[in-house]
Design a protein around this ligand. Structure first.
Ligand code: AKG
Ligand code: FE2
Length: 297
């Protein structure tokens, strides 16, 4: 079932007549989602912390939902300020892609000693091709995509700011345990990119939630059950939208069958006031930051 739906959504060209896609921009459809009430305590005490992390500091601006078809899946409608989005985008593009973090293009040996992907991609026209070759960066524990294991020998320091952001969002959602951000994958998508259905099961701690933040182009996120035979639901993710995979949903099949160009998404919300070269890169890019706790405490 999952694969058939994936194929279907991969080939759609616009959102028109796609009434099956859950779109949190529209009226809240109580059949699919339940608004989640956050207590104001944290907000009142820590407005400054939220502001420093690029998050909206008023509780009334946070719109969170439980996705009823997928128990444990929480959707947060863009909790970032416009300044916050720009900050995180630039961190992903220009900083998290530097050593010691690992990139898919490391294997191609394109970057010389002391060279980094973003600086080199912007040096001249020829290197523009390099821009499109980056698909992912791993931070903290570097996930080995071949062996699918996290190893103590393949590990670098996890960025403090991203750790703080993840901990704060998890705390706001009133999860009982403190979240330890130990591994992250930053995915870079272009309009023709897809990510096929998979489960993230390599972490030793599978009861901790997984945090997934998207920026830039909108995309269809397809999430099913614990088996590929379960019927999936399609959710539209726009810039800033954040999802938490916890409890049952933590081990559900999920993927990205479609990245949408702005002209195909009437509610495209990304207010591209970036300076070059970030601006032109983000016109054709979706970034997803996937943060995981690896170990048990
Ligand atoms: O891009 C997304 O929204 C999902 C990424 C993902 O599932 C992963 O990196 O494991
Ligand atoms: Fe995943």
């Amino acid at each position: 079932m999952y694969k058939e739906y994936f194929k279907f959504y991969k080939h759609i060209n616009s959102l028109e007549q796609q009434s099956n896609i859950i779109d949190f921009e529209n009226e809240v459809n109580t059949e699919f989602m339940k608004p989640k009430i956050l207590t104001s305590e944290f907000f009142n005490d820590d407005k400054e912390i939220l502001d420093n992390l690029g998050l909206k500091s008023n509780i009334s601006d946070w719109k969170c939902y439980d996705v009823l078809n997928v128990p444990g899946l929480i959707f947060i409608k863009n909790p970032f300020t416009s300044i916050g989005q720009k900050y995180w985008l630039k961190r992903c593009i220009a900083d998290y892609t530097k050593k010691p973090n690992r990139l898919n293009i490391d294997a191609h040996r394109i970057l010389g000693d002391g060279e980094d992907w973003w600086t080199l991609s912007n040096k001249n026209e020829i290197n523009l091709k390099l821009r499109n070759q980056l698909r992912w960066a791993t931070l903290g524990y570097h996930h080995d995509w071949d062996t699918k294991v996290y190893s103590e020998t393949a590990k670098s320091e996890f960025p403090m700011d991203l750790s703080k952001l993840s901990k704060t969002i998890i705390k706001l959602l009133q999860f009982p345990d403190e979240f330890m951000a130990e591994a992250a994958i930053v995915n870079f998508y272009h309009p023709s990119s897809t990510l096929s259905g998979h489960t993230d099961h390599s972490e030793y701690n599978l009861s901790a939630p997984l945090l997934s933040i998207s920026f830039g182009l909108s995309a269809i996120f397809l999430i099913g059950g614990h088996s590929l035979d379960d019927k999936p639901v399609a959710i539209l993710l726009r810039s800033g939208d954040t999802i938490i995979m916890s409890k049952e949903s933590r081990l559900c099949y999920h993927g990205v069958p479609k990245v949408l160009l702005p002209k195909n998404d009437q509610y495209f919300n990304y207010d591209n006031e970036l300076e070059e070269p970030f601006k032109s890169y983000m016109q054709v890019t979706r970034i997803n930051i996937n943060v995981r706790q690896v170990n048990n405490v």
